[in-house]
Design a protein. Structure first.
Length: 301
């Protein structure tokens, strides 16, 4: 009997690679949705392990709100150049210009809800039948209802009652014309698992994940990076704070946390002792008790 025993990160990695290869084997036109956040960066790293020395059997797809953190876009472009894979960008601004969505007004306006339409248009334009994403079940209770292979109907909508059984790690990718599947290879990972894996694999990340000084305002009880995208006015007091971001999204809905975690070990210790969930820093999840589930039913990832 071999003395070698897989540790839990090896097991999570092996499961994710198996799922990625299942996607490549079962679907004709898959894509990997890339946000520039740590979870999608981890997926790219896993895809490199799953398919190198060959090319990815899918492009990377980024839905760009136009209100992203500059550090995230810089990281995205440098990473794509480094790994030499195809990147497709869907622009929310194009969706606005085409009159398919109306930009929100007011102090709390955000483009985040608008990206669902851009995502569905991008899926339809390129005829993607599977979209891989970095959602995890521990993020939010609506995420916990997902299967690894989550079917969306011909309108891109999600029905939690139509979830398929996934016994013995058997994934059913059969769909009707017009439907697509959202695939979550790291669904069984936790936030701490991701950070421990990033530390073990020495995966580079955008600098906003680490503590740094930044001009911030306080809005709705949350620290937000000062930005013209926030529709700031004279009531907004700009203060320099030591912060980092636990999750990365549109600047209008992603709050910072005060932090002195400059290294990965510091971040891991900080998360282990935190009493606030990772998505507790996402303003879009605070719209209602079922905010995430409502967006998912409408086609949001």
């Amino acid at each position: 009997m071999s003395k070698y025993r897989l540790d839990y990160l090896d097991e999570l990695e092996a499961e994710a690679i198996y799922i990625l290869r299942e996607v490549a084997g079962q679907f004709e036109k898959p894509a990997l949705l890339f946000s520039g956040g740590k979870d999608s960066i981890t997926l790219v790293h896993l895809a490199l392990k799953a398919f190198r020395p060959g090319k990815f059997p899918f492009p990377l797809v980024h839905i760009d709100t136009g209100h992203n953190f500059e550090e995230t876009i810089t990281y995205r472009d440098e990473m794509v150049a480094r790994i030499g894979e195809k990147l497709i960008i869907g622009h929310v601004q194009d969706t606005i210009d085409e009159g398919k969505v109306i930009e929100q007004k007011g102090k709390n306006a955000s483009r985040n809800p608008l990206q669902t339409v851009t995502l569905l248009d991008t899926i339809a334009k390129h005829k993607f039948d599977a979209c891989i994403g970095g959602a995890r079940r521990d993020e939010e209770k609506a995420r916990a209802k997902e299967r690894i292979f989550s079917v969306r109907d011909e309108f891109g909508q999600w029905d939690p009652k139509r979830q398929r059984p996934e016994l013995w790690d058997i994934y059913n990718g059969r769909i009707h014309k017009g439907e697509n599947v959202r695939v979550f290879p790291i669904s069984n990972w936790t936030e701490l698992d991701v950070w421990n894996y990033i530390r073990r694999e020495n995966i580079p990340l955008p600098t906003i994940y680490f503590a740094h000084q930044r001009d911030c305002i306080t809005r709705n009880g949350q620290l937000m990076a000062a930005s013209p995208f926030l529709n700031m006015d004279a009531d907004d007091i700009v203060e320099k704070k030591n912060v980092r971001f636990r999750t990365v999204g549109d600047m209008t809905c992603t709050a910072a946390v005060e932090s002195y975690a400059f290294e990965i070990d510091d971040i891991i210790n900080e998360i282990a002792s935190s009493k606030i969930s990772e998505r507790g820093a996402r303003m879009d999840d605070k719209v209602s008790e079922a905010a995430m589930e409502d967006r998912k039913k409408g086609g949001y990832f």
